[in-house]
Write a protein that binds this ligand. Structure first.
Ligand code: PLP
Length: 482
């Protein structure tokens, strides 16, 4: 580095920033201060959250927010985008180099937006109208109104197959109430009931029968690795385009934990992601594509996205530059080592885990089998004890998607704070202690409820105190003074 004390400079910057914000709206300044305190004092095990670096955070708060820049680098619908071109080009270049992608589109505002861009990219590239060639049109974006009418008809006939929500897929992978499940005819693949693992033969058989245009791989709550080479083989066999949503594990791909058959970018022509989960960047999304899809993905804005957020693209460039360092590769290894330690700690204390363990950053606890609690009860009890998690459906969940039977845990955030495998074992102990001392409580009608719970006297405070000790040993943004 340059000899600059980053934390000291960031303290000065944030102190000044808060003073300035206070002159317009003191409530917001106070909430910003309180949010840091809350994040510093809770054990964050939400698998989709992280703590971005101070340079990444600072890059978000600039006048790039004030610039409109629809279009792409060098081809904007607005004048005066030369500096925004610089940051977008830097973010795209870092992403292409880091992931070995032909082309990176860094404008999506979030993961859901990235998936919409991904679907639009595949549809606009692959769905043809009879008039396309005769019209000399290069893509659907050049069609006449009459051709659009025909295209609307054809778009309505396309098929998508993704992992079901209760097996760990995301809403945008074809869940019926989501637009992905309405826009497409959809089918979901699940996991093997005995092992909880993806059964590739079953996916292949289903794909052969259903013949989707888009085969989606990737997950929000699956604690194992996926063989994307096999998924690609299946897609190729049935004429589908494989789209991998690596939102959750992009950091493990960047850090070269997932390589070879497990590398989504080497195996799928379209890869979508968020930038704020294991990748440790700002809140946002990206789409990485093979050259063949580059022209289509670049039409994401304004076809399905609003104007790009220049401030967020600057922060993406900063975070992606950081993700290229050896320190980040070590961080990615540590995330997995910590998840394994957490899983082993839970198993040793008698908990039941979906798939029996983990080999990525996620641990999915079957709270119903382990502790006789719904996911909702377990989530609330843990929160009272200072442990922030989220409830999650488990495969074939009898309690449905609202109350659920599972608790999803993830290690990217605590690993960013410096937690070690030994610390994670203590975290496993705290989780078991808190949940073993919690019982379901009757609801207002006196019936067994799915939300209410009762913790043993003093238990929450005891666990909280131990959690505080662990947090104190691994401070968030050490030295940052507000
Ligand atoms: N894709 C996956 C696999 C996710 O887990 C999530 C969010 O949790 C998303 C997409 C959506 O990301 P965002 O909330 O940024 O829209």
């Amino acid at each position: 580095m340059t000899g600059i004390d980053v934390t000291q400079q960031a303290s000065i910057a944030y102190q000044a920033m808060l003073k300035v914000i206070e002159t317009s709206e003191p409530t917001v300044a106070e909430a910003i201060r309180q949010e840091l305190t809350d994040q510093r004092t809770s054990l964050k095990l939400i698998a989709s959250e992280n703590y971005a670096s101070l340079p990444t955070l600072l890059a978000m708060g600039t006048w790039f927010s004030d610039k409109y820049a629809e279009g792409t680098v060098g081809h904007r619908f607005y004048a005066g985008c030369q500096n925004l071109d610089t940051v977008e080009a830097a973010a795209a270049r870092h992403a292409e180099e880091l992931f070995g992608a032909d082309h990176a589109y860094v404008q999506p505002h979030s993961g859901i937006d990235a998936n919409l861009v991904g679907y639009w990219t595949i549809l606009s590239h692959r769905v043809e109208t009879p008039g396309l060639a005769e019209l000399g049109a290069k893509s659907v974006n050049d069609l006449s109104e009459q051709d659009w009418e025909e295209l609307r008809h054809r778009l309505g006939e396309q098929r998508l197959m993704g992992m079901s929500l209760d097996a760990g897929g995301h809403l945008t992978h074809g869940f019926r109430p989501n637009i992905s499940g309405k826009l497409f005819h959809q089918r979901s693949y699940g996991t093997d009931p005995a092992t909880g693992l993806v059964d590739y033969d079953a996916v292949r058989a289903q794909a052969r029968e259903f013949k989707p245009l888009v085969l989606v791989a990737g997950y929000s709550a699956y604690p194992r690795r996926v063989n994307f080479a096999t998924m690609r083989e299946i897609a190729d066999e049935v004429g589908a385009t494989l789209m991998v949503d690596m939102a959750h594990f992009a950091g493990l791909v960047a850090g070269k934990v997932f390589t070879g058959d497990e590398d989504p970018v080497a195996n799928a022509p379209v890869v979508t992601t968020t930038t704020h989960k294991s990748l440790r960047g700002p809140r946002g999304g990206m789409v990485l594509v093979d050259d063949e899809f580059a022209a289509d993905v670049d039409r994401g804005c304004p076809m399905v996205l609003g104007g790009p957020l220049g401030n967020m693209m600057s922060a993406k460039a900063v975070a992606l530059a950081e993700a290229k360092t050896p320190a980040f590769a070590q961080y990615a290894q540590d995330i997995v080592a910590n998840a394994k330690a957490l899983a082993e700690g839970l198993l040793r204390r008698g908990a039941t885990l979906v798939t029996g363990g983990t080999d990525n950053h996620i641990v999915l606890v079957d709270a119903a089998t382990s502790f006789g609690l719904t996911g909702r009860q377990a989530e609330s009890a843990l929160l009272e004890a200072g442990i922030v998690t989220n409830r999650n459906a488990i495969p074939r969940d009898p309690n449905g998607a609202w109350y659920t039977s599972g608790i999803r845990l993830g290690t990217p955030a605590l690993t960013s704070r410096g937690f070690s495998p030994e610390d994670m074992d203590r975290v496993a102990g705290l989780i078991c202690e808190a949940l073993e001392g919690t019982r379901p409580a009757a609801n207002s009608k006196g019936l067994p409820g799915k939300a209410k719970y009762a913790m043993a006297d003093g238990l929450a405070a005891r666990v909280h105190a131990e959690a505080d000790e662990l947090l104190g040993n691994n401070p968030l943004y050490p030295g940052l003074e507000l």
